[in-house]
Design a protein around this ligand. Structure first.
Ligand SMILES: [Cu+2]
Length: 232
């Protein structure tokens, strides 16, 4: 009797030991822009000056920071094998129209999670999406409508525009799995807890396009994957 009890206790404990910690590593790196960083072009505000003209508008499609680091590059594992879905973000994602800009300019949202489309300006905006695989939407957001729901069901790269203010541009990258990151102002990124193995790492920048790089993620620690975009 005692022996059976001991076995019943021991078996699950041994199974847990055998499984051990997950074999996963991090992918870290820095994306750079080769050549002289361009000075972002100023944008002429041609409408709703009282609201849109409060702050200066510059072209945000290529932002080069310290040490040639490239901001807003989306980095992701092109071929994950564990079938995991990107979990919903703890804080509901927002596409904020503020000062007649989309804030943030580029963001990664989990596929299927509802996002808040916010009008912080108290004037009419009209959000218009240009997806590749999702259903496009084109919706007026009058000044009294502070928040509208939006959802991007499938992995995609979606350009967003405003039909009222032609200079307003932004991007929503819809992620189907968790292995995505966006470079910060210095061009740095980190994708955490990727199961060990060989993959293709994908880089996307709105103006400079896509590049790929083979990568092997270790069972523990991290692998570095730096990248440089040629000047354009
Ligand atoms: Cu607008």
């Amino acid at each position: 009797m005692n022996m059976i009890r001991t076995i019943l206790v021991l078996v699950p404990a041994l199974a847990a030991l055998a499984a051990g910690p997950a074999l996963a590593g991090d992918i870290v790196g820095k994306v750079k822009y080769a050549g002289t960083p361009p000075v972002p072009a100023k944008i002429q505000v041609t409408k709703d000056q009282a609201v849109c003209g409060k702050a200066e508008h510059v072209d945000e499609s290529l932002i080069v920071g310290a040490d040639k680091g490239l901001k807003n590059v989306v980095v992701d594992v092109a071929d994950p094998k564990d079938g995991k879905k990107m979990p919903p973000a703890a804080k509901k994602p927002e596409i904020d129209q503020n000062g007649c800009k989309f804030i943030p300019h580029v963001q990664i949202v989990p596929a299927g999670q509802e996002v808040d489309i916010i009008n912080d300006d108290g004037i009419l905006h009209n959000i218009h999406t240009f997806p590749k695989v999702n259903t496009p939407f084109n919706k007026a957001q009058p000044k009294f409508k502070k928040v509208m729901p939006g959802v991007f069901e499938k992995p995609d790269v979606v350009q967003i525009k405003c039909d009222v203010h032609s200079w307003m541009q932004g991007w929503v990258v819809v992620a189907g799995h968790p292995y995505y990151a966006l470079t910060d102002a210095s061009g740095n990124f980190k994708i955490s807890d990727v199961p060990a193995g060989a993959y293709t790492l994908e880089f996307w920048q709105e103006r400079l396009g896509k590049q790929t790089k083979p990568i092997t993620v270790p069972a523990t620690g991290s692998v570095t994957a730096d990248l440089e975009y040629a000047a354009k």
